[in-house]
Design a protein around this ligand. Structure first.
Ligand code: SF4
Length: 413
């Protein structure tokens, strides 16, 4: 089981190049081979049949395994809630939609290590007594779909519950868990406008949603146990035209990762994804790339997305373009997205375009306060979090822009 002891156990490689597109990852770096079932079992071994559920639960608690889709909710707590709900007919969803456009880690896992994810899905389904497993991914993710279909064909005999693959048009919100549950119940893949947080599936059969990386980690943990489990984090890094997935060993700092990956020192990093936060490099460089360490520092790794802002790029322009994209992804179901977010985005564009004065800035703060916390899903709050972090991080640039200048871009010429 050489892969497990190499220190980068999930991907077995330092960096996976996934191309510059900010859309679904169609094709990965072909130098890294896909593991078929034989290679998978040679690398990781076979999960012991009839693994004791209490033992697995203890291992999950011992390593504090949290969801890697962005929310970092403890896996053991989700399982406990499902077990205590005392209902039958559970569906486990493998959420592979990866609606966060800068992310590619889940596609990388499904294209290179599909069997590790299937092992994790099988284990999680057993833990909650699910009789149905659904793999949820974007229509456009053709290479991922092909890898999954091959993996399912390779282990037709080895799965207790044959997973169904269900695809959906690619959208930011298609991976939001209430949208996934709604779709599994036969509705549109849109976030719920009303939801009982204790029973998010209410109104249909019970559903539990796990992210792909979470399940791959579970598949690994079932072999190693907590004592030999090597913690790591999967991140997708975007640096100008380059985009890659990296598996970062525990304790490695952002500065060490960027140096190892030959990413030039940035001004700031958008940490966590489009709904994340801009963090200045001076603060981030010496922090560990680890969800637990970042939480202690008051930050979040989110969906593991790191967008590096080059030294001569304008953070306000990038903020405005991401805010536009987010507003376009809204389903327009709720007031904040219909009436508030478009004006917020227009005001941010004015700031970026050097057309804003103090009045616009005041209006932006007022408008954001009205939108805050009022949507059915996290999209508007995520957009506001990202914009607020830009107002803090790029305060000097806002001032320059008011006088019609952008020193970052002028220095880069
Ligand atoms: S808050 Fe916006 S994006 Fe979220 S469900 Fe409502 S309208 Fe859709």
């Amino acid at each position: 089981m050489t892969e497990i002891t190499r220190g980068r156990a999930l991907l077995g490689s330092d960096f996976i190049d996934i191309g510059s597109s900010s859309q679904v990852v169609h094709k990965l770096d072909t130098r890294v081979p896909r593991q078929d079932r034989t290679a998978h079992e040679a690398a990781f071994g076979v999960v012991t049949a009839g693994l004791e559920p209490n033992w697995l639960d203890q291992q999950v608690r011992a390593i504090a395994l949290t969801g890697r889709g962005g929310a970092h909710f403890p896996v053991a707590t989700k399982w406990r809630a499902a077990q205590q709900a005392d209902v039958g007919g559970w569906t486990l969803v493998v959420n592979a939609s990866e609606g966060e456009p800068a992310s590619g880690k889940d596609a990388a896992l499904l294209q290179l290590r599909p069997h590790l994810v299937l092992d994790g899905a099988e284990l999680a389904a057993s833990m909650i007594g699910a009789d149905r497993v659904v793999i949820w991914l974007a229509d456009e993710a053709r290479a991922t779909l092909q890898s999954l279909r091959s993996a399912l064909a390779e282990r037709r005999s080895g799965l207790t519950r044959a997973p169904e693959i269900v695809t959906t048009p690619e959208r930011y919100l298609a991976g939001e868990s209430s949208a996934v549950i709604r779709a599994v119940h036969g509705g549109p893949p849109l976030p719920r406008t009303t939801m009982n947080p204790a029973q998010p599936w209410a109104g249909g059969p019970p559903v539990l949603v796990h992210n792909v990386e979470t399940l791959a980690r579970l598949g690994l943990l079932a072999r190693t146990g907590s004592r030999s489990f090597e913690p790591s984090s999967l991140v997708t890094v975007t640096d100008g035209d380059r985009r890659f997935v990296a598996e970062v060993p525990a304790g490695e700092t952002f500065s060490e990762l960027f140096e190892r990956a030959k990413v030039p020192v940035p001004q700031a990093v958008l940490l966590g994804g489009y709904g994340g936060e801009w963090v200045g490099w001076s603060e981030l460089a010496l922090l560990a790339v680890d969800p637990h360490a970042l939480k202690e520092a008051g930050r979040s790794l989110g969906a593991g997305v790191l967008i590096a802002l080059g030294r001569f790029d304008c953070g306000l322009e990038m903020t405005a373009s991401i805010a536009h994209w987010l507003a376009d992804q809204s389903a327009g179901q709720c007031g904040p997205c219909r009436f508030g977010l478009p004006e917020v985005v227009e005001l941010v564009s004015r700031l970026a375009g050097r057309r804003a004065g103090q009045r616009d800035l005041d209006r932006l703060h007022e408008k954001m306060a009205l939108v805050d916390g009022r949507g059915a899903c996290r999209l508007p709050d995520g957009a506001l979090r990202m914009i607020r972090s830009a107002l803090r991080e790029f305060a000097a640039e806002i001032n320059d822009h008011r006088y019609g200048r952008c020193l970052q871009q002028e220095q880069g010429r």
